[in-house]
Ligand binder design. Structure first.
Ligand code: CTP
Ligand code: MG
Length: 204
């Protein structure tokens, strides 16, 4: 029988559930970064699966080089954009349960952004192909850094045009840092996977 038997336990200082810890702030930034970029990550992969048919540049050249090349097709661009938009819509439906489960402030995609994230990703990729051809890189040639981030730049820039307030509220400095670190890793990983599955000719 201890002397302190009836002495109530001192209350440990408790964090209210909403008090952010450094750990949860990083977890939230990773979750938000992945959530907002998913509609921009999907289009390129969908285009790889769906691609083929008429090239966007119609075979036209400039200074002896293709404007874009056979790797940028109407079908790939359309299917890629639709696939990314469907993902954004699906995330909008899943948002409330996902917020409940995770406790993270996951954003809702406004209608304009449902389109601008995937379309911007495809336009960024197309712009990169244009630059690749101008710098003498053949179809499929690697263009390090540009290959990994062209679709991020395209999706964020187009979204900034159509929904500036949403972009500035959603892409906090912390989320931007996570996107810049996470995207090249995911890009390299999924492309290596597509290459191993025989869907892609090069592992990048
Ligand atoms: N694709 C497409 N339309 C797009 C983007 C991609 O049809 N707008 C398809 C093409 O079949 C392409 C494949 O997805 O070959 C892989 O895409 P990507 O790596 O971007 O193209 P590359 O063939 O490597 O060509 P580039 O050098 O111009 O990037
Ligand atoms: Mg390529």
């Amino acid at each position: 029988m201890g002397l302190g038997q009836n002495v109530p336990e001192p209350n440990p200082p408790k964090l209210s559930p909403s008090t952010p810890t450094p750990h949860s702030m990083i977890a939230e930034a990773v979750a938000v970064a992945f959530w907002v970029m998913l509609p921009a990550y999907i289009p390129n992969n969908a285009a790889v699966v769906a691609g083929g048919g008429a090239p966007i540049d119609g075979g036209r050249t400039r200074k002896g080089r293709r404007l874009l090349g056979d790797g940028k097709t109407w079908r790939g661009t359309l299917v890629g954009t639709l696939a990314g938009a469907l993902v954004a819509l699906a995330l909008n439906f899943l948002r409330l349960p996902a917020v409940d489960l995770s406790g993270f402030a996951l954003p809702l995609f406004p209608p304009a952004v449902v389109v601008s994230l995937p379309l911007g990703a495809m336009l960024g990729d197309i712009t990169a192909s244009f630059l690749k051809r101008r710098t003498g890189r053949e179809r499929g040639a690697a263009f390090p850094v540009i290959d990994q981030l062209d679709f991020v730049a395209g999706s964020v820039l187009l979204s900034l045009v159509v929904a500036p307030t949403w972009v500035l509220q959603t892409f906090t400095p912390r989320v931007v840092i996570v996107v810049l670190l996470l995207t090249p890793l995911l890009h390299v990983g999924t492309n290596a996977g597509a290459y191993l599955l025989g869907l892609k000719d090069e592992p990048y």
